[in-house]
Ligand binder design. Structure first.
Ligand SMILES: *Cc1c(COP(=O)(O)O)cnc(C)c1O
Length: 385
């Protein structure tokens, strides 16, 4: 059965999957194998000859995620960064990338420390400013890479506007949709060419698997990405694919609660005297609230950034005192996490660049989970003490 004409929640649960043809098992099995028998040399079943190239568990997940993003093709990788690297492998030495200035620390590190040495250069741009974005292009620009909402400043970038600009320049637009998830934003529908995910975060949702995905519509682009997936080889393992396939069944429900809880906590934080500023795309005081309203459907996500008034020390005390929020890197799980980007997730971004974009030492990032919000609010209140 095809589910492409069904609604989002139905696709979360069913798209890409069918009962196992050999037993009727309702869940796609973990096909934990490396190779497949051939009837005669080169005569294979479907496209199964070797499991780096194709695996039924992974394939079901790829089809599921493609459906959720409204794309024709999905590709699974061993991590979000492996997925992103596959995108950069579309490029050649001499090519140039326009990168949003506030990206995941590991994304910046990959461009700056890994691919620069192969002659792929990049320019960072504040993509909330279209003039600044346009002036970052060169005649060699082949790819625009952005995240929205950004990490950790939660800037909201107008995907449709950036994609339109990139098209006039002959460059592809890739959107890291990890924070918004396909529940809240569908970049392909807004004109992006590629969607990327760290499935480690909301897609997985249970803090128990590392994975990455790329989704696209164009057949030729998909073929080039699939070539890299197989030729470079950072594929998602069968067991990890199984866990993610199980996770996507509740993605829509989880996100709904993440959004509800985060909206309440953001408003609560904004009223506290120790907090200078709260950044949450759903609040009217967010600088790009109008774009968020237009671009994000059904909510504004589970991430909140708050600036403590007196910098590092009050922020550190707060982070030591919270009990229900766990002090840890990562985000997007059912449990609430909290972290200090300048010391933790974004330590790989040099201090002067952190300062340039406003990633200061008083900044604390909340990944609001799906616990009862009253308990989360009480925890914050006690820790602010
Ligand atoms: C975590 C993260 C990544 C990297 O994903 P991994 O699965 O850890 O490799 C990329 N982008 C964003 C926005 C992330 O939060």
């Amino acid at each position: 059965m095809h589910y492409d004409n069904k609604r989002f929640g139905t696709r979360c649960i069913h798209a890409g999957q069918q009962p196992d043809p050999s037993t009727g098992a309702i869940m796609t099995p973990v096909y934990q194998n490396s190779t497949y028998i051939q009837q005669s040399p080169g005569v294979i079943i479907d496209d199964y000859d070797y499991a780096r190239s194709s695996n039924p568990t992974r394939k079901a997940l790829e089809a599921n995620l493609a459906s959720l993003e409204g794309g024709r093709h999905g590709l699974m990788f061993a991590s979000g960064l492996a997925a992103q690297a596959a995108c950069i492998h579309l490029l050649s030495a001499g090519d140039h990338v326009v990168l949003s200035d506030d990206v995941y620390g590991g994304t910046y590190r990959q461009y700056d420390k890994v691919f620069k040495q192969f002659g792929i250069t990049y320019t960072r741009a504040d993509m909330t400013d279209m003039n600044a974005t346009e002036s970052a292009f060169t005649s060699k620009t082949k790819l625009v890479w952005l995240e929205t909402p950004t990490n950790p400043l939660l800037k909201v970038i107008d995907i449709a506007a950036v994609a339109r600009l990139a098209k006039t320049k002959g460059a592809l637009t890739a959107v890291d949709n990890t924070f918004a998830t396909p529940v809240l934003t569908n970049p392909l529908a807004l004109g992006a060419d590629i969607v990327s995910h760290s499935c480690t975060k909301y897609i997985g949702g249970h803090s128990d698997v590392i994975g990455g995905a790329l989704i696209c519509n164009d057949d030729d682009l998909a073929q080039r990405l699939r070539f890299t997936q197989n030729a470079v080889g950072a594929v998602s393992a069968p067991w990890d694919s199984f866990l993610l396939l199980r996770s996507t069944k509740t993605l829509h429900i989880r996100l709904q609660r993440h959004c509800e809880n985060a909206a309440k906590i953001a408003d609560f934080l904004a009223e506290q005297k120790q907090i200078e500023r709260v950044v949450y795309p759903g609040r009217e005081d967010h600088p790009q609230h109008a774009i968020a309203k237009k671009q994000m459907t059904g909510g504004y996500g589970g991430m909140i950034t708050a600036y403590f008034k007196d910098g590092l020390e009050p922020a550190r005390r707060f982070l030591e005192r919270v009990k229900l929020f766990s002090l840890a890197e990562s985000l997007g799980g059912v449990e609430s996490l909290i972290e200090h980007p300048a010391i933790m997730t974004h330590a790989s971004v040099e201090p002067h660049l952190r300062e340039q974009i406003g990633l200061s030492d008083g900044l604390v990032r909340f990944s609001v989970g799906i616990e009862d919000v009253e308990d989360l609010l009480a925890d914050i209140q006690e820790a602010l003490g």
